[in-house]
Design a binder for this molecule. Structure first.
Ligand code: ADP
Length: 190
């Protein structure tokens, strides 16, 4: 299986690029943000819980997120591999993912990290707010909180994969197509 972690700050373009990668390589997209939003829409218990964190720009607790991710992983039939988008977002999640994948007889091949400067992120999130309808995109304080949480809790996950020699940084500035091509080139070299 080809398992890829697509990494980057809020607004880096993980969702857009994931769609292109799954299409080309036949992978399954596992986006924890999308799964939470689907649960909010469906008004499930998980959705209600997740919403109370997401609306403030905080992380949903690890235990809840990890359990949900594992159950979504198991739903896939004969997958060629997975794109993990928005997960792992903490070192505890990264460790849990390694243990889980190992119990499933597979592992992470690479972390591809989209590198985008903070100012550009703010601009993109502001623009996305006009079309996404996402509560967490509409409020500058919530956006700032998400960026702060990213720096404090999520950036250390980069070290986790660096240590395993699985970290590749991709320039996330340019047209969508340019960035896609950079990602494809990196994947084809694996
Ligand atoms: P973005 O990357 O643009 O911030 P996502 O759609 O990935 O957006 O996530 C939206 C929100 O969902 C996060 O701010 C967080 O509250 C919650 N969330 C998503 N993934 C995780 C995760 N792996 N662990 C904890 N919370 C998460």
């Amino acid at each position: 299986m080809l398992n890829i972690v697509l990494f980057g700050p809020p607004g880096a373009g993980k969702g857009t690029q994931s769609e292109r990668i799954i299409e080309k390589y036949g992978l399954k997209h596992l986006s924890t943000g999308d799964i939470f939003r689907a649960n909010i829409k469906g008004e499930t218990e998980l959705g209600k819980l997740a919403k109370s964190y997401m609306d403030k720009g905080q992380l949903v607790p690890d235990e809840v997120t990890i359990k949900m991710l594992q159950s979504e992983f198991k739903k896939a039939e004969n997958p060629k591999g997975f794109i993990f988008d928005g997960f792992p977002r903490t070192n505890a999640q990264a460790e849990a993912l390694d243990n889980f994948l190992s119990s499933e007889g597979t592992s992470i091949k690479v972390m591809l990290a989209l590198d985008v400067a903070e100012e550009e992120l703010r601009e993109r999130l502001k623009k996305r707010a006009e079309v996404s309808g996402r509560v967490d995109d509409a409020n500058p304080e919530v956006i700032q909180n998400r960026i702060n949480v990213y720096k404090a809790e999520t950036l250390p996950v980069k070290e986790y994969y660096l240590k395993q020699d699985k970290f590749i940084e991709i320039d996330g500035i340019g047209t969508v197509d340019e960035i896609t091509n950079r990602l494809f080139t990196a994947i084809d070299k694996l």
